[in-house]
Structure formats: C-alpha cells, structure tokens
Design a protein around this ligand. Structure first.
Ligand code: GDP
Ligand code: MN
Length: 385
C-alpha cells in the first residue's frame, strides 16, 4: 500500500522524524483556512501517488490568503502525470504546510533489498532530482549500507554513512539521527520503502524531511489498522469489487476474461491467450484451494466488465478440487448474469467428477476444452475482435 506524502509525514511524526507542520484539505475553502492557521509563506502540495509534482505544477508557495486560494483552486482537480508519463492522477486533496528555507537538498531512503534479504539504506548529498538521475549522473554520490534486520541501524553506522556521503560536517549528527528514525519507522510500520527526497538542511541548519514516499507491505496491513483505514478504494469498479471480495485482480485492456488458480497458472494463461491472438481483459487468481464461493465472486467481477466478450477458466487442481470448482461454476450461473460464453479447462484432482457435474448441469454458453492451448484458441474465437 502506497501512502500519500501527508500520510507518510504523519507516520514520520510518530517516529520522531522532523517534517514541516501542515494540514490536509480537500476543498479550496479548507485549504485557505488551513493556510490561515499555519501562516505565510506556506506551500500547497498536490497529494497524488506520483513524484515529479513540483515540475508538473502541483506544488506552489503562497505568501497570503489570496495566493493560497488561487493555488489551491488551480491544484485541486488538476491531473498530474508522472515523470515517465504515468497516470494521469487526479488531485483530490492538498497538503498545506509551512514553507521551508532550503540550504541543501539531500536524498535518503530505506528500501527492502529482496535479493540481499536485508533493508538497504541509501544516502546522497545530491537530493532534489530523482534517484535514477543521480545514479546516472554521479553514481558515486549514492552511498549504500545493508542493515542486519536483527541488529538494526545504529547511530554509529548512520554517522559513518553520512561521512561517506560527504554530508556537511555540521549536520552529520542531524542526518544520522534522521536515518536512525527513518529506519525505525521502516521497521515499526512494516514498510518496504521509505524515500525522503529531498531531506533538506534549513537555513537554521535543521535536518527536515520535505517529502515522503512510503510503501507499506500489504501483507502486514492487518497489524496496522490505522494505516489500512487510510487506503482509498480503487477507482476502477472491477478492481474495487475484487478488493472488497479479497480477490487478486488486475485489470488489463483486452476482451478475454481470465480466471485461473495460482499466480503462475494465471500468468501462463495470459501468455497462451496472447499467443492465440487474443487480448486478456484481466488477471484474476482465484487462489490455491479455491472454494465455490470464491469462484462465484470471481465470475461476478469478470463479467461485470462490459469489455469482456468471453471468459477462459483455466484450472489445474492440486489442492483445489475440480468438483468444488464445478460446483462454483454451476452456482455462479444461478447468481450471476452469465451472458458471455465461458470456456473451461479442468484438469487435476477430481477432474472427472467436475466434468461430470458440468455435463449434467447443461449450462448455456459453457464450453469445455481438454487442453490449455485448445481452450485458448476456442476462447479467442468466441471472444471475436
Ligand atoms: P515532488 O516534486 O513530487 O518530488 O515533490 P517534493 O515535495 O519533493 O517537492 C519538489 C521540490 O519543491 C523540492 O525539491 C523543493 O525544491 C521544492 N519545495 C517543496 N517545498 C518547499 C518549501 O517549503 N520551500 C521551498 N523553498 N521549496 C520547496
Ligand atoms: Mn520529492
């Protein structure tokens, strides 16, 4: 789960990381009221899950209430694209914070290095630009330290890292303290990424997090109710419904609905459909050990997408029992308006019983294929262009 900047900064506040004080606002009037409380100059910042907001016009300094109103009015409702054309992301909220006087812009992050199976702390004195740009223009300016998760990041480690990164001497202690706090936040909130770009040194030589990009491990959200509650539901109706039902669903732009059990089988099903000349409408993993209920839910989500003109249901029964799957399909025909053809390939545990159940049910628009390849060709044919 990705946090918006202001949610990240609220989390920093709980870990002692210094960040400018501010307030979120969802309307122009609320933004002006917040600016009046915070005082001037203040900064109005678009809250979207993408970087490069500054360049896109989503961050503006206001020196009085009139400017605060004009900036909030311009930023709220604006569409922001990422540096690589990602998005657009519509701005529904701004964060109004006291303006900072910037002496230097550094870069600090803690990421989960999956290949090393350890957190990795990265520090650079070249903040402000994005990390890929730093890596390209001056790779030596990025210093790295893997942290043993059982020992954590010590203050001495952090000081050594700051010295390595040629951080201004008078703020080495301050930067090191910030790194230790960021690492604590990373650990305490089960983050997989915390990036502060820029970590600034103010005119008063204070070290302050001016930006916050935080990703929390979705599998750990059950330990952080207050964070889970902040998550906005997905805007896409199918993705929203899938999330509510606890299904793993990703929307794609084709017309062949895909349902499989297990992420690997789903991925290969997408490939064979693409090879057969079709365009998958989604990825939906009904999960290992899929029960009838999950299948009813899955078919409901897939067929609610108007672009879907045929569905391929590819099951390899291991723990999943094919007769259970067949029961799910039959139930789905009773509950869901199945107005598109469904091609089923059922193989593995109890496949004969499953196929027997399907044959007896005589469902309209249900086709059976023996092989995965045959199923893909058939569904592409039925889906049409
Ligand atoms: P991003 O563009 O989405 O990464 O947003 P940031 O929060 O990193 O802001 C981008 C840039 O705006 C920063 O690198 C700063 O140069 C500038 N900026 C943001 N807040 C302030 C502020 O309070 N004062 C000043 N002078 N500049 C700011
Ligand atoms: Mn930034």
């Amino acid at each position: 789960m990705d946090l918006l900047e202001y949610q990240g900064k609220q989390l920093f506040a709980r870990s002692g990381v210094a960040a400018p004080a501010g307030e979120p606002a969802a309307s122009v009037d609320d933004a002006v009221a917040a600016a009046e409380r915070i005082g001037y100059p203040c900064v109005i910042k678009a809250q979207v899950l993408i970087g490069g907001r500054g360049k896109a016009g989503g961050i503006k300094v206001a020196k009085d209430a009139d400017e605060a109103r004009a900036h909030a009015d311009a930023i709220l409702g604006m569409d922001i694209r990422g540096p690589r054309g990602e998005g657009p992301f519509r701005v529904h909220r701004v964060w109004v914070e006291e303006a900072s006087e910037i002496d230097s812009e550094y870069y600090a992050s803690v990421i989960l290095d999956r290949s090393a199976k350890m957190p990795l702390v990265i520090l650079s004195r070249m903040g402000g630009m994005n990390v890929e740009e730093i890596a390209e223009s001056d790779p030596d300016a990025l210093v790295r330290l893997h942290v043993d998760p059982l020992l954590g990041l010590t203050h001495d480690d952090a000081v050594a890292l700051a010295v390595d990164a040629a951080i201004d001497e008078d703020v080495v202690e301050g930067v090191a303290a910030s790194l230790v706090q960021l690492y604590a936040a990373f650990n305490d909130f089960d983050a997989t990424l915390i990036e502060v770009n820029p970590l600034i040194v103010t005119a008063d030589r204070e070290v302050v997090a001016l930006d916050a990009k935080v990703t929390i491990d979705g599998s750990a959200l059950f330990r952080h109710d207050e964070l889970a509650a902040q998550e906005d539901p997905p805007e896409d109706p199918q993705e929203r419904a899938a999330k509510e039902k606890g299904l793993t669903y990703v929307k794609l732009d084709g017309n062949v609905g895909i349902l499989g059990n297990g992420a690997g089988l789903c991925m290969s099903t997408l490939d064979v459909v693409a090879n057969a000349g079709g365009r998958p409408a989604n990825f939906l993993d009904a999960g290992g050990g899929s029960k009838a209920d999950a299948i009813v839910d899955a078919l409901e989500v897939i067929t609610s997408d108007e672009k879907v003109t045929a569905v391929l249901f590819n099951i390899f029964g291991g723990i999943t029992r094919c007769d259970e799957v067949a029961t799910g399909i039959i139930e789905a025909y009773g509950h869901v308006d199945m107005d598109v053809p469904l091609v089923v390939r059922l193989d593995g545990t109890n496949s004969e019983e499953g196929l027997q159940l399907l044959a007896e049910a005589k469902l309209d628009g249900l086709h059976h294929a023996e092989t995965m390849l045959g199923a893909a060709e058939q569904v592409v044919e039925l889906a049409g262009k």
